[in-house]
Design a protein around this ligand. Structure first.
Ligand code: 6PG
Length: 249
């Protein structure tokens, strides 16, 4: 794995930098792929929203992008908790032409396990892999996975204390509701870490501690964002100055 920090001075410049880098990374993936396609998975939460609004103003090759989500809340797409709903409001609802593939996670499904398996099938079709590979430790390698990091050290919808971070025989799993948190759907750790590039987008002072913990050795169940230490390709911390330790004097 290679790891690097890209640091913007504040939230506004972080959003612009993230949007510009996103564009560059997808063009790089398109150029490298036989099929002239980039396969990307994006996260939800609040941090990516400013980046998405910037992307809506840019010339992104959406016609060459197969777009998936890293995770989704178990809510309808019209809910203000929906990651897809937010991305539609900030970005996809503004596009003249949709992405080549846009695969919202079916958060509103009544049977989340069946929905997870259906999403695995969509990933398998896009990657030209048998869906059965999900159970046999073969994983799709996304060109780009955009992650956030929670104040509690979660990433995707892999939360501290849950066994979900240890699941390796699925690509997508349901996550049960917990105190103050609706049920979720999420990519699993091995799918995330199989990506050619994993980018953690984080902004603000509150992310300093979780980033530090994610980079330290320790139990995955304690800090699931430690999964970034297993990234096979490139790991990029795309942050604002407030989110990183003051540079050593
Ligand atoms: C979600 C996200 C989640 C998010 C982190 C950070 O569905 O909530 O995928 O993993 O990335 O919670 O969220 P913020 O960007 O809001 O801090």
């Amino acid at each position: 794995m290679t790891e690097r920090f890209l640091i913007a001075s504040n939230g506004d410049s972080l959003a612009r930098l993230a949007a510009e880098l996103f564009c560059g990374w997808v063009w790089e993936a398109i150029g490298k792929s036989a099929g002239q396609v980039a396969r990307v998975a994006i996260s939800g939460g609040s941090t990516p929203r400013a980046m998405n609004r910037e992307l809506a103003t840019m010339d992104v090759p959406w016609g060459k992008i197969e777009l998936f989500w890293v995770d989704e809340r178990a809510v309808p797409p019209t809910s203000d908790r929906s990651n897809y709903g937010a991305a539609k409001a900030d970005l996809f609802g503004k596009l003249k032409k949709p992405p080549r593939g846009l695969f919202a996670m079916p958060g509103a499904a009544t049977d989340l396990d069946a929905a997870a398996r259906g999403y695995e099938s969509a990933i398998a079709r896009t990657f030209g892999m048998p869906a059965s590979d999900a159970a046999s430790a073969k994983y799709p390698s996304f060109d780009l996975v955009m992650l956030g990091i929670g104040d509690d050290g979660h990433t995707a919808s892999l939360f501290p204390g849950d066994a979900t971070v240890d699941v390796t025989d699925r690509w997508v799993i349901p996550v049960p509701a917990a105190e103050g948190r609706e049920a979720r759907l999420t990519l699993t750790r091995p799918v995330i870490t199989a990506a050619k590039r994993v980018v953690v987008l984080a902004q603000g002072e509150k992310k300093k501690g979780p980033i530090g913990l994610a980079r330290k050795a320790g139990a995955l169940r304690e800090i699931p964002s430690r999964l970034v230490q297993e990234v096979k390709g490139e790991l990029v911390w795309l942050v604002d100055a407030a989110a990183v330790e003051a540079a050593a004097g």
